[in-house]
Every structure is written in C-alpha cells, then in structure tokens.
Design a binder for this molecule. Structure first.
Ligand SMILES: NC(=O)c1ccc[n+]([C@@H]2O[C@H](COP(=O)([O-])OP(=O)(O)OC[C@H]3O[C@@H](n4cnc5c(N)ncnc54)[C@H](O)[C@@H]3O)[C@@H](O)[C@H]2O)c1
Length: 458
C-alpha cells in the first residue's frame, strides 16, 4: 500500500522503515531539512538497534523515500500517519501544535482519492475529532472558501477518515517491538478506514517479520477513537505506576532491612502481578511516561476528577530520582567539593534519548549542592551530544570517569557496565563507593574489587 509518515522521530522513522520492509511503498516527511538530508544520504538521525540496516535495504529497493515536501507525501499516501512530537507544556498538558500544523497541512494538500489519516502521535483524548476539524479547515483554506454549510463539509469529509493507532514501541528495541507487537489498537468509526488499516498491518498481524513466526496472529483491538486514545495513556500510566509502586516498596525495604530484589521476585512470580516493570531504582523518565502520565492527570482535571493515584505515581518518581543523591549524602556527608561520577546518562540503555532522563535531575541537584559531576555514557561519548549537559564533564571511558571520584552512581543499566574493570576503577578513585541506581551491578564483584556497594532498597 502507499503510505506517508509525517514526522520522522523515534516513532515515525521506525514505522516508515518497518512498513517499507514489509513491502509497502513509503514516503517519510519531516520539516527538519537537515534531518531529511541525512536520511536521504542513508543515515539515521537516531540510534536504534537494527534500524540502519533495514533503512538501507528499503532505500535500495526504492520502497522508502524521504522529503520535506508535505504535498508530495500527501498525494502519494492512501494512508497518512501523523507521527510528530507531542511534548509536555509546563502545565502538564500535551503541546499539540505540531499535530495541528500537520493536520492543517494535510487539509491544504488533500486531493485525489480517499485517504485514511492516522493519529500515531500520543494525543489527548478527543483528538481524533479535533484532527478531522483541522483537516477540514485546511481544505477550506486552500479552497479559500469558508466551509460553513454542513453539506460542503460532508462532501469534503467523505474524502478521508481519521483513525487512532497508538504506538507502544520502546526506545532501544523499537524495531523488534514493531515486528513483534503484543497487540495493534485501531480506533475509529469508519469500517472502510479500519479495513484499510487491517490490510496495511496484515503482514504484522500474521507475524511475517516476527522473531517467532509460530505464534498466533497479533491480537487486533478495534474500538472507538476515544477508547483507543485512552488505551495509550492508560498503558503508560499503569507501567509508570508499577515502577513507582516497587520504588515505594524499595524505600520501605531500605528502612526495615529487606531486599527489594527478593521481594520483587517473590511477588513477580504471581501470575496476577508478573515480573516486568518491578525493578526498583532511581525512577522512570524518557519522552513518554512523564508527559503521558501528566497529560492524563490534566485531562482528568479538565473533567473535574482528581487523579490522586496518578499524582502520587508522579510524586514518588520525582523523589526517587533524588534518592541516589540522598544516599551519597549519607555516605559522603558534605557533597560540596566532592567529585561524583555518573555511569550512564540516557534514560535507559540502547537509546540516545535524553528527554526527561533522571540523570538530568541528579546532575542539577548535585551541582546545586556544590559537587563536581563527571559522567560517562557509551552513546553520548560516541555521538558527542551535549544537550542539557553543560554542568557535567563528559568523559570518554569509564576509567577516566573513575579517576579522582569520591563516588560513582550507576544511572543507566547499559549492558557493558556489568563487566567493567572495577578493581582498576576503584584504584583510581579517592573513595571507592558505588551507588547502584538500577540494582544492576553484581554486589560481590564490586565488593571484591574494593568498592563499598549501595543499592536501592537492599
Ligand atoms: N519515543 C517513543 O518511544 C514513543 C513511543 C510511543 C509513542 N510515542 C509518541 O509518538 C509521537 C512522536 O514521538 P517521537 O519520540 O517519535 O518524537 P520526536 O520528537 O523524536 O520526532 C518528531 C519528529 O516530527 C518532526 N516534525 C515536527 N513538526 C513537523 C511538521 N510540521 N512536519 C513534519 N515533521 C514535523 C520533527 O522534526 C521530528 O523529526 C509523540 O506523540 C510520542 O508521545 C513516542
């Protein structure tokens, strides 16, 4: 099928690349010229395992193109994905201005046959109908007529339908997740649009590119627009709450002398609970959980409902991010004049995304308390990115990081951190203390290398 994906970030680019790999004919549109040039030259602007290889092969077989020309994308696609960012506003609401600009632009270029406009961006509940209205406004603007008569609106609206198709991929395993989804959610009220989306996803549903092809077809959840939009928020709010829950348990474990890793194992084996998202640590972050939980709280507020549980989920997380600093204070007492080394900066491993990473709060708090902060992160060292890192000395390897430190804090559980030369690192430090902010390192290994090991809730 002919597909246009508008917005080539973590979601849009991965969606475009994976759909072209499945045999669809895809044009990706972005208004960032530099990014488009980079992609046209075969390079990916983001780090995501497996993405670059798939992108090359789809480009070589001419099933994947990149452009800044929205008109070209709109006339190409039978299915138009909106995958631009919806970052948080200071109030906690989603900033939907990029979705609005794209919807208007689609309207301005809409012509030819019937199209399905797909909200893949995470958008506030009710956005399906809102996008329809903006597209119609765009059409009216192009025609330079005010579409007020209901008949002319009906005529134009017959040319397209809006579907909500929330995205559940995880950064760091986005390609894998796209080919191996737990479910596909489609929200809308047009049978024709849902049928086209089902056809588009048929190869995924039948697990054509899945790791385990013997699994039954991917479940398809077909529902109304608002329920589809709510499914995305509810999923992220639940996962964030699960992490905040185990972090709260970890804080109690710290005080009573229990080990949260044992507790998590003991409760996670209960099939009603499950073992995922039960790793205690310094909290959740990234581009999705913080903004999506806040946006849901905000929506509830708009409807005169105080989402107390979700507010607590956010508050527990805010405090949890600073628990590593509290542990440093307990250990080193005065932080002024001390040097702290952070192992990892990104909000989780295998991504280069620093949006709302816990590291940023830890750096700000340590700097406020007068500590010197150094950091080593494999992807930051590789890419040289420095966004938001003005208060940190970024080192190029773990040993340079350890040199002269009074303590290390593991912030991101990059796999390679499990096998560092800890004896060498301890010998380079003023004071070999390690705060394991993800309960990821091997305590015995660190202790025999000469470290004092401090985990979260153990
Ligand atoms: N990142 C994730 O893990 C993830 C997972 C699920 C859902 N989501 C949701 O998907 C959406 C996209 O997230 P992302 O992380 O991919 O965003 P992103 O910020 O990485 O990418 C957005 C892209 O849209 C482009 N863009 C902005 N305005 C545009 C316009 N008018 N025309 C063309 N391109 C434009 C930007 O240049 C950028 O390349 C968000 O709503 C997010 O909440 C993200």
């Amino acid at each position: 099928m002919r597909v246009c994906v508008i917005g080539t970030g973590y979601v849009g680019l991965v969606t475009g690349v994976c759909l072209s790999h499945l045999g669809h004919d895809v044009i990706c549109v972005d208004n960032n010229e530099e990014k488009v040039k980079l992609m046209q030259s075969g390079q990916t602007p983001i780090f995501e395992p497996g993405l670059s290889e798939l992108m090359h092969s789809s480009m070589e077989s001419s099933r994947l193109h990149f452009t800044t020309d929205l008109g070209k994308g709109v006339s190409h696609g039978e299915i138009l994905f909106i995958a631009v960012g919806t970052p948080p506003l200071p109030t906690g609401e989603s900033d939907t201005r990029y979705v609005e600009a794209v919807a208007k632009g689609i309207g301005e270029h809409l012509n030819g046959g019937y199209k399905v406009i797909v909200n893949k961006s995470t958008v506030p509940i009710g956005s399906g109908d809102w996008v329809r209205m903006i597209v119609l406004d765009g059409v009216a603007e192009r025609q330079q007529v005010k579409v007020t008569a209901s008949s002319s609106r009906e005529e134009i609206s017959a040319a397209f339908d809006v579907v909500s198709n929330p995205e559940f991929l995880r950064e760091g395993s986005a390609v894998y997740d796209t080919f191996n989804p737990d479910r596909i959610v489609l929200g809308g009220n047009s049978d024709r649009a849902i049928a086209m989306m089902t056809e588009l996803y048929e190869p995924l549903i039948q697990r054509q590119a899945a790791e385990d092809k013997s699994l039954p077809p991917v479940p398809l959840v077909v529902t109304d627009l608002s329920s589809a939009e709510m499914i995305k928020y509810a999923a992220n709010a639940f996962l964030a709450t699960k992490i905040s829950f185990i972090n709260e348990v970890a804080n109690i474990c710290d005080r009573v002398g229990a080990d949260v890793t044992q507790v998590a194992r003991g409760i996670g084996l209960d099939s009603r609970i499950g073992n995922k998202f039960l790793q205690a640590g310094i909290g959740w972050g990234g581009s999705c959980f913080p903004k999506d939980v806040s946006a849901l709280v905000h929506t509830a507020d708009d409807y005169n409902y105080e989402a107390q549980l979700l507010k607590s989920t956010i508050e527990v997380n805010r405090r949890q991010r600073l628990s590593a600093v509290e542990k440093l204070q307990q250990e080193l007492k005065i932080l002024k004049g001390k040097t702290v080394g952070l192992l990892g900066l990104t909000f989780k491993p295998n991504t280069d995304d620093m949006r709302d990473a816990p590291a940023l709060d830890i750096i700000a708090q340590l700097s406020r308390l007068g500590a010197k902060v150094k950091a080593y992160d494999p992807i930051v060292a590789q890419s040289g990115m420095r966004h938001g890192l003005s208060d940190v000395i970024v080192e190029t390897d773990p040993e340079r990081l350890a040199d002269g430190c009074d303590a290390l804090v593991l912030v991101t559980d990059w796999k390679e951190f499990a096998d560092l030369d800890f004896a060498k690192m301890a010998s380079l430090m003023n004071n070999p203390v390690a705060i394991d902010g993800r309960n990821f390192l091997n305590r015995d290994k660190l202790e025999s290398a000469g470290f004092r090991y401090i985990g979260i809730g153990r």
